[in-house]
Design a protein around this ligand. Structure first.
Ligand SMILES: Nc1ncnc2c1ncn2[C@@H]1O[C@H](COP(=O)(O)OP(=O)(O)OP(=O)(O)O)[C@@H](O)[C@H]1O
Ligand SMILES: [Mg+2]
Length: 466
């Protein structure tokens, strides 16, 4: 900022004697003055007079030449502080045009127009040049002190303008730096808020999972015992009945061999009353259906155990993704029953290293969301999966209501929900996101309003990092 004052002056005038005059006024022989002052201060013991810094005067004898000098000065980064320009120059550009051209190159140049007589009215000239604040008028014949003071004052004005510009630039830079720092700080804050939200939701999720897992495990345990003995009893009942049937067949044969009498009539009356033929057919069917039913209960218990994985909670393990999906589908079957048909496009998958109960949780969230996206009409949920290099992918696609574009970027935010109070907490997807990220995988979504939504989960087969 501490640059030396700019004392450079350009004089454009077609009269050579004017140049002589200006040189005398603005550049008096310095050494002589200085020597005299020095002598005076030595003689009278006074402090040396302050010297105004000398001017540097360049001469041009026409507008074009003046412009040339200005261009060179600008290229060398040595601008002029001011120019004295003669108004009437019959050869080439006149003063007005010269000033126009000069300001195109350097709009900060201060100009003093020197004239005895002008072809324009001053008003006309000022408004043509739009130069009310950088043009002074010096009428010929001029006084030396007038010229000197104009030069001094305008050079000082030019310096002040430069300092103001530098200061403004510096201030702007400061403001920019502060703004940048503020932006960074607010970004960091936002990131922290997001991380906290994510953590909070993970906490809620793990609590939700833990209690759900405990409940599932408790129910599975309670049901497991009776289911076990009912299954075993049904097996025994079946084989016992087969024996009984043999006995009945023997009785029936014996009945045919009996002579007519009271006993025979009683037996056939009883057989008709009980509809023995029907019973013989019906009892095996009842046993078979009961076995089917208890088989289904056994499967549900297995699914509950599979889903909660309480035995080895939070253990990384190799698990079959499709089995997990099927178990989860069984658990949410009642939610899906009235809403959508499920179509599966499975391809053979390798086992993946994962936290199985958590992956099941992701599948459950996606499938329930898909079901909840259905309108009054029954829809379709398509589950597909496959392998891609060292990763497996799973897609849950629905033909439900779709997601509006302005919601799309928010759906993974904790507590974002469009569902009525009580129906959605807005945690399902943020938790799923957290789980997938924990597995070093990706979850993405594509959706079209009115047509449906597809969620895609990609998981590495092997957890090298884990
Ligand atoms: N398959 C989908 N179709 C349409 N919108 C969906 C779908 N999945 C998610 N969304 C939108 O994303 C929002 C957030 O889903 P998320 O599962 O996180 O919460 P939720 O389902 O509202 O509540 P929660 O899962 O906690 O019961 C939903 O409210 C819904 O607007
Ligand atoms: Mg949900």
């Amino acid at each position: 900022m501490n640059q030396p004052p700019n004392r450079r002056i350009l004089l454009i005038d077609d009269t050579p004697s004017i140049h002589e005059d200006f040189r005398k006024i603005l550049m008096p022989p310095m050494e002589q003055n200085a020597a005299l002052d020095e002598m005076e201060s030595a003689l009278f013991g006074e402090a040396a007079k302050p010297q105004a810094p000398p001017f540097e005067l360049d001469s041009a004898y026409g507008g074009q030449e003046g412009l040339q000098l200005l261009c060179t000065a600008m290229q060398q980064a040595r601008p002029y502080a001011l120019a004295f320009v003669d108004m009437r120059m019959p050869q080439g550009w006149d003063g007005a045009q010269t000033m126009e051209e000069l300001w195109k190159v350097d709009p900060d140049l201060q100009v003093v127009v020197c004239t005895a007589y002008s072809d324009y009215s001053w008003e006309e000239l000022l408004s043509r040049l739009k130069a009310h604040d950088r043009l002074l008028i010096l009428k010929k014949p001029f006084d030396n002190i007038e010229v000197q003071q104009m030069a001094n004052t305008l050079a000082a004005k030019w310096d002040m303008a430069r300092r103001a510009r530098l200061k403004t630039g510096h201030l702007e830079q400061l403001v920019e730096q502060r703004t940048e720092a503020l932006t960074l700080a607010s970004q960091a804050l936002q990131q922290e808020i997001d991380e906290r939200k994510q953590l909070q939701s993970q906490l809620i999720q793990s609590e939700k999972l833990a209690s759900l897992g405990q409940m599932a495990a408790g129910v599975a345990h309670e049901i497991n015992n009776p289911v076990g003995f009912v299954t075993s009893n049904l097996g025994t009942l079946e084989s016992d009945f087969k024996q009984l049937q043999r006995m009945l067949d023997a009785y029936q044969q014996a009945e045919a061999a009996l002579a007519p009498g009271d006993c025979l009539e009683q037996l056939s009356a009883l057989r008709n009353e009980l509809d023995l033929d029907f019973l013989k057919e019906d009892i095996p069917i009842l046993i078979r259906e009961s076995k089917d039913g208890i088989g289904r209960v056994t499967q549900i218990v297995k699914d509950l155990k599979n889903f909660s994985r309480v035995d080895n909670d939070e253990q990384w393990q190799w698990a079959n993704l499709q089995q997990g999906i099927d178990s989860t589908l069984n658990i949410v079957a009642s939610e899906l029953k009235h809403k959508a048909d499920v179509i599966k496009h499975y391809q053979p998958l390798p086992e993946i290293e994962c936290l199985a109960s958590q992956i099941n949780q992701v599948v459950m969230n996606l499938v329930i969301n898909a079901a909840q996206a259905m309108g009054p009409e029954r829809g379709t949920i398509t589950l597909s999966n496959g392998v891609e290099g060292d990763r497996v992918w799973l897609e849950v696609a629905d033909n439900g209501c779709g997601i509006a574009p302005h919601c799309l970027q928010k759906i993974f935010d904790p507590f974002f929900t469009t569902k009525p109070v009580g129906e959605g907490t807005g945690l399902g997807l943020s938790l799923s996101y957290g789980i997938v990220k924990k597995h070093h995988g990706d979850i993405s979504v594509s959706s079209e309003v009115g047509r449906g939504t597809t969620f895609r989960v990609v998981l590495p087969i092997r957890q090298t990092a884990a």
